[in-house]
Write a protein that binds this ligand. Sequence first.
Ligand SMILES: Nc1ncnc2c1ncn2[C@@H]1O[C@H](COP(=O)(O)OP(=O)(O)O)[C@@H](O)[C@H]1O
Ligand SMILES: [Mg+2]
Length: 282
Amino acid sequence: MHPTASLSPVTASPVAAAGDAPVLEAQHVERRFGAVVAIADASVALRRHEVLGLVGDNGAGKSTLLKILSGVLQADAGRILLEGSEIHIRRAQDAMEAGIETVYQDLALVDTMSAYQNVYLGREPLAKSPLLRLFNLVDDRAMRKRSREVLDALSVKIPSINVSVKGMSGGQRQCLAIARAILWGRKIVILDEPTAALGVRETAQVLDVIRDLRKHDVSVIVVSHNMAQLMEIADRITVMRLGRTVATRVVKDTQVSEIVGLITGAIGADPEEETRRVTTPA
Ligand SMILES: Nc1ncnc2c1ncn2[C@@H]1O[C@H](COP(=O)(O)OP(=O)(O)O)[C@@H](O)[C@H]1O
Ligand SMILES: [Mg+2]
């Protein structure tokens, strides 16, 4: 569990009241692959209980940024803050311990295992936690019961938690992976194009689950190319262009056309984004 915001020992930004610190923030992140600049300057702030959409053209740097936040890749420069305090995410395990769960398109579910076994999969990284030691002692029945509770709480509909996930649809599998985040008490869920491979009905199921995550004290960053979808589930949208975050919009105060303009560059970057870039030393 995180300390509550009011108990945070250090806040990086003394100006902000403790409770106002974003749950997760990336500041001026940079990442190169050899000569390729994948991220030139990216800053995002995820607020508590919000769904933040991250958009941009192919190659804009979205996946690279998410991988940095989930410890799969390291940034060359920049800072990451958790509830206002800088953290160093060097490995995927660091991210998980910080309460960050990433749901990949390739979900890493084990086909031959049942739904509830899959929900419990991946507990190894938490083996240091006393809670987990408790879980290790509980029996199958308790695992099934808890899985059922989490899936019900999220209104995830699957045929049975006892059958193997092999025959399950992409949407059901995606929902199972999200449920896993709740079960392990993660407070931040990162999703990279969660509905890209899904049909219409399945997509709706996954979107419902994402939308409801905030009720479970979870904040979400989601990358999607589907603007209509994002406008439905996101509170704010951050736009990346050519490796830079160029603007953030509150969904209820914007329109798809504005977001598309920001993505393509037809609408320029926000002045404050430009200023920050020019005035902030590398
Ligand atoms: N492992 C890698 N090696 C080399 N180049 C990479 C690697 N990952 C991403 N890139 C490059 O970084 C840029 C950003 O990629 P990515 O973050 O995947 O963008 P997006 O998810 O927005 O489509 C692209 O030019 C891509 O080719
Ligand atoms: Mg991508």
